[in-house]
Design a protein around this ligand. Structure first.
Ligand code: ACO
Length: 397
C-alpha cells in the first residue's frame, strides 16, 4: 500500500489491476454472469430461455427498459424502430467515399458517428431524445450495415421494407430480391442476435460507459463501442475463427493437428481463435446454443469447415494445454460458420456482432446516466518511468 502510494504520488490505497481482471467499475442490474458455472442471465432470464422463446427486439426491450413488454408495448417499440430504418441522405455519399477494400467496421463506425451529427441526442437528460436515439440506433444501423455490404460489392443499397420485420428486412437489404428469406433463416439470425445482445462489462460495453462517463452523447459513446468491438480479441474473433478454419482447410488439407501444435507452442503468437474468455472458465452458454445450431444446420451440408471446427474443439477439450488454462469455445467459435452458411462474407461477421450488441450498449449507457452514483471514469496508473531529471536545451545536447 505505502510503496504503491509513493509511486502514484498520492496517499491512500490504489490497486494495480492490468486489464481490469478483478475490478468492477460500476453496479448494474442488466446482466448476470457466473463464469465458473457458465451461467448468463439478462434481467434474471437465462440466455437459453431467451434464445428459444424471445425475439431480438423483445430481448432488446427487456435489456433497455428492465421489464417484460406487454404485447402492446412490444408492438409500439417495434413500430418506433421500424419507423426509423431509413438512412439520412448524408450517409450514402460518405459510404461511397471509402475505398472498396475498407473493412466494414470502420465504415460502420463512421456511419453511426454521422447519425450523431443530425441534431438529435443533444441532451443526455431528455428521456424523449434518448428514446428517439435508441429507436434510430436500432432501426438505422441494420440499414447502414446492409448498405455498407452492397456498396463494397459495387451495388446500390436497397431501401428498407418494414413489412418484412427486423431480421427479414436486414436479409433483404443485404442480399436483395433473389435471396429466399425462409422462416428458418429469420429465426436463426434473430437467435444469433439474441446471443450477442449483452454481456455486462466486456471491452466494447466498458468503452461505451467510459465515453459516456464524460457525458458524451449516446451516439458518440456507441461509436466508441463499435471501435472496441473491431479487434480480434473481442468481436473481430468471429472473422478470425473463419479465417483460421479456411487456412487449415486450404493449407493443411483439413488437418488440425499442425495448427494445434503451433498454438500450444505459442508460435508467432498463434491462438485458437474463438477459444478462451476472460470470465468464462467453463463452456460459454452462448456457444452451447450456437454449436447445437451450427451442427444441426451444417452437418446436412457436409461443410468441411464444420468438421475442422469440431475436430479442433474435440482435440482442445482433451488437451492439457487447454484443460489447465480452462479454455473452452466462446460464442464466436461456431457463429461464423452459421453466418457463412447464410451467405454473409467473412468481413461482415463483426458487423453482425455489432447489430446484436447494440441493445446492450444502449442499455448500459442509459443505466449509467440514470445512476446517481455515476462519475467520470478516470482510472489511475502506476508510474514506472524516469525519476526527476534536469532538462538540458537541445542546443546544448
Ligand atoms: N488459444 C491459445 N491459448 C490461449 C487462448 C487461445 N484462444 N486464450 C488464452 N490462452 C492462454 C494464454 O496464452 C495464457 O497462457 P499462459 O498462462 O501460458 O500465459 C492463458 O491462456 C490465459 O489467457 P489470457 O490471455 O491471460 O486470458 P485473458 O482473459 O486476458 O484473454 C481472451 C481472454 C482475449 C478472450 C483470450 O482467451 C483470447 O485471446 N482468445 C482468442 C480470441 C477470442 O476468441 N476472442 C473472443 C472473446 S469472446 C467475445 O468477445 C465475444
Amino acid at each position: 500500500g505505502m510503496q504503491l502510494g509513493k509511486l502514484l504520488g498520492q496517499t491512500g490505497m490504489t490497486t494495480l489491476d492490468v486489464g481490469f481482471v478483478n475490478t468492477a467499475a460500476c453496479q448494474s442490474e442488466i446482466t448476470f454472469i457466473n463464469g465458473d458455472e457458465g451461467i448468463l442471465r439478462h434481467r434474471g432470464y437465462p440466455i437459453a430461455q431467451l434464445a428459444e422463446k424471445a425475439s431480438f427486439l423483445e430481448v432488446s426491450y427487456i435489456l433497455i427498459y428492465g421489464e417484460d413488454p406487454t404485447p402492446a408495448q412490444l408492438q409500439s417499440f417495434t413500430e418506433s424502430i421500424m419507423g426509423e430504418t431509413t438512412l439520412p441522405e448524408v450517409i450514402s455519399p460518405v459510404l461511397r467515399a471509402f475505398p472498396a477494400e475498407t473493412h466494414p467496421m470502420p465504415v460502420l463506425s463512421a456511419g453511426v458517428s454521422l447519425f450523431g451529427t443530425l441534431g438529435d441526442d443533444i441532451s443526455i437528460k431528455d428521456d424523449k431524445q434518448i428514446d428517439l436515439a435508441t429507436a434510430r440506433l436500432l432501426g438505422r444501423t441494420p440499414t447502414l450495415a446492409a448498405a455498407i455490404h452492397r456498396v463494397r460489392g459495387g451495388k446500390d443499397p436497397i431501401a428498407p421494407d418494414a413489412s418484412l420485420g427486423y431480421v427479414g428486412n436486414l436479409l433483404r437489404m443485404t442480399f436483395g430480391e433473389d435471396y429466399e428469406i425462409t422462416d428458418e433463416l429469420v429465426r436463426a439470425l434473430d437467435m444469433l442476435l439474441v446471443l450477442h445482445a449483452d454481456h455486462e462489462q466486456n471491452c466494447s460495453t466498458s468503452t461505451v460507459r467510459m465515453v459516456g462517463s464524460s457525458n458524451a452523447p449516446l451516439y458518440a459513446s456507441i461509436v466508441g463501442g463499435i471501435n472496441a468491438l473491431y479487434g480480434p480479441l473481442h468481436g473481430g474473433a468471429n472473422q478470425a475463427v473463419l479465417e483460421m478454419l479456411e487456412r487449415i482447410h486450404s493449407n493443411e488439407g483439413g488437418d488440425a493437428t499442425k495448427y494445434m501444435d503451433k498454438v500450444k507452442n505459442k508460435e508467432d503468437g498463434a491462438k485458437l481463435m474463438g477459444f478462451g474468455h476472460r470470465v468464462y472458465k467453463s463452456y460459454d452458454p452462448r456457444a452451447v446454443i450456437a454449436k447445437e445450431f451450427a451442427t444441426d444446420v451444417l452437418s446436412k451440408a457436409n461443410d468441411p469447415l464444420l468438421e475442422i471446427a469440431q475436430e479442433l474443439e474435440e482435440k482442445a477439450l482433451a488437451d492439457d494445454y487447454f484443460v489447465e488454462r480452462k479454455l473452452y469455445p466462446n460464442v464466436d467459435f461456431y457463429t461464423g460458420l452459421i453466418y457463412r452458411a447464410m451467405g454473409f462474407p467473412t468481413e461482415m461477421f463483426t458487423v453482425l456482432f455489432a447489430l446484436g450488441r447494440m441493445p446492450g450498449w444502449i442499455a448500459h449507457w442509459r443505466e449509467q446516466h440514470s445512476d446517481p452514483a455515476t462519475k467520470i471514469n478516470r482510472p489511475r496508473q502506476v508510474y514506472v518511468g524516469a525519476t526527476e531529471k534536469n532538462f538540458v536545451p537541445v542546443s546544448e545536447r
